[in-house]
Design a protein around this ligand. Structure first.
Ligand SMILES: Cc1ncc(COP(=O)(O)O)c(C=O)c1O
Length: 473
């Protein structure tokens, strides 16, 4: 079979598509730090995760498979908590990956959990996350979701629209009025944060930016809607106004956007103090801290990030003569993203002459939509063995009936790759299983947790019976 081999990346004269691939890595068997889970190794050539050989995992649980390293998740929780310190709070954004096991781990490590739907809220409650350690946000919370959050006694509800404030007012109409509550959870009066749209243009993909004015989240600062929202929350006797929330977007690598956002939010906090005589107790700056998917990504260390965010908030509050509120951050990707590796079995291998080799795997856009949705870039490696064969410029594609069904746009795989080999794609812990679909009636893969030499499914694989059960004819 003629394959496109690129020992040193694309060669002059090759007919290459417009999106030029990067140069081939020096060592195709390497597991670069920062992209792979902290416990990833090679043993006898095969990839091991949490001390377990991926060939055994594939044999026991099948492929495609998400393999999540529990120790990696826990260690990242620890990094965030240590970096932000005891005065500030770290909440895991459950939207990145929401399962009871993971919510239990993060809660055991001392993080709160933020949820954006009633479904995520139920998972958090059933995982045993203390309600006061839960924040509910979301741009269109249904009345029953708000009602459940209020009766469960969640710590904070993030108001995102005037309708929601009215709904919350209605739900809490009969609650006793009085001074603001003590510690969160000490009263049934919900603590409400007002989500502010700061007008910041985060340097990230359009669909991951959430604070520019022209989008659906929050109350605009520029239009005065945010000031009005605060007025309305304060006017509701059944609600306790706790502070402000801002989330500027995701996969952000520099703190410049947070600085502008914090500056604008603090200006609002000053106006609130001047108008209502209230200093905000809480400032939630959301999540969005970037991780490395490829060698090209160079996210800041969590410690640096925390130092700089804390300094920004301290400085802005000092300059405005405001008592510094308690800071909360909500990392999702930063906690679970690097913990997980997707395992696939290679099916067909097709060389498109002069262009590249298409390697089809047994999953695709139904288990990782990020490449199609956000132009996300991933790396991948031959996992079932090491190989000394030369690099072959490849595109790893799925089994779905779409030409955009791409898992890894530019992959260098050894040119002796064969059907039946296992491929591993790292950094798939966030927004892969949670965005998975049944497109083409493909069942969603299992998620297996590895740690201390053992593996267990924390989300089981869907079966055809699961799919047929929903089709009631
Ligand atoms: C309000 C809010 N908080 C936190 C997050 C988590 O973001 P990330 O996973 O990028 O850290 C998101 C993600 O979009 C979000 O919308």
């Amino acid at each position: 079979m003629s394959r496109v081999a690129h020992p040193a990346g694309p060669r002059h004269g090759d007919v290459l598509p417009a999106d030029h691939p990067p140069a081939a890595p020096d060592d195709l068997n390497a597991l670069p730090e920062g992209i792979w889970p902290r416990g990833a190794r090679r043993s006898g050539g095969a990839l091991t995760l949490g001390g377990l050989d991926v060939r055994d995992l594939a044999a026991e649980f099948g492929t495609p498979l998400y393999v999540c390293d529990e120790a990696d998740v826990r260690s990242r929780c620890h990094d965030y908590l240590e970096a932000f310190g005891p005065d500030d709070r770290v909440f895991y954004a459950a939207k990145a990956f929401c399962s009871r096991a993971v919510l239990r781990w993060v809660s055991e490590e001392g993080l709160g959990v933020d949820v954006c739907t009633g479904g995520e809220l139920e998972v958090a409650l059933s995982a045993g996350v203390p309600p006061e350690q839960i924040t509910l946000h979301g741009n269109n919370k249904a009345p029953d979701e708000l009602s459940r959050a209020v009766t469960a006694g969640v710590g904070h509800i993030v108001a995102d629209s005037f309708e929601e404030i009215a709904r919350l007012a209605y739900l809490t109409d009969s609650f006793p009025a009085g001074p603001p509550p003590g510690p969160p959870g000490a009263t049934t009066r919900p603590n409400v944060l007002v989500r502010v749209t700061t007008g910041v243009e985060a340097h990230t993909h359009e669909f991951m930016a959430t604070a520019h004015d022209d989008q659906k989240f929050g109350f605009s600062l520029a239009s005065g809607a945010a000031d009005e929202a605060v007025r309305r929350v304060i006017a509701c006797p059944g609600l306790s106004f706790a502070g402000l929330h801002s989330h500027i977007g995701s996969q952000i690598f520099d703190t410049a956007g947070f600085e502008v956002a914090a500056h604008r939010v603090v200006s609002l906090a000053v106006r609130i103090r001047d108008e209502h005589g209230i200093e905000i107790a809480e400032l939630d700056l959301g999540g969005g801290f970037g991780i490395a998917y490829t060698d090209e990504d160079d996210p800041p260390e969590v410690k640096e990030l925390a130092q700089s965010l804390r300094a920004i908030v301290d400085g802005q509050c000092r300059a405005a003569g405001l008592t510094r509120p308690r800071l909360t951050v909500e990392p999702g990707r930063g906690i679970v993203g690097p913990s997980t590796v997707s395992l696939y079995t290679v099916g067909t291998i097709k060389n498109v002459d002069g262009l590249r080799t298409y390697v089809s795997v047994d999953g695709g856009m139904s288990d990782n939509i990020r490449t199609a949705l956000y132009d996300a870039e991933y790396v991948c490696a031959l996992a079932s063995r090491a190989s000394a064969a030369p690099p072959m410029l490849s595109r790893v594609v799925g089994r779905h009936c779409e030409s955009g069904d791409i898992v890894v746009r530019h992959a260098y795989l050894p040119d002796d790759l064969a059907p039946g080999d296992l491929l591993a794609v790292p950094a798939t812990g966030a927004y892969c299983r949670s965005l998975a679909s049944n497109y083409n009636h493909v069942s969603r893969p299992a998620v297996v947790a590895v740690g201390a030499g053992a593996a267990r499914a924390i989300v089981r694989r869907e079966t055809l019976d699961d799919l047929l059960r929903l089709d009631v004819g």
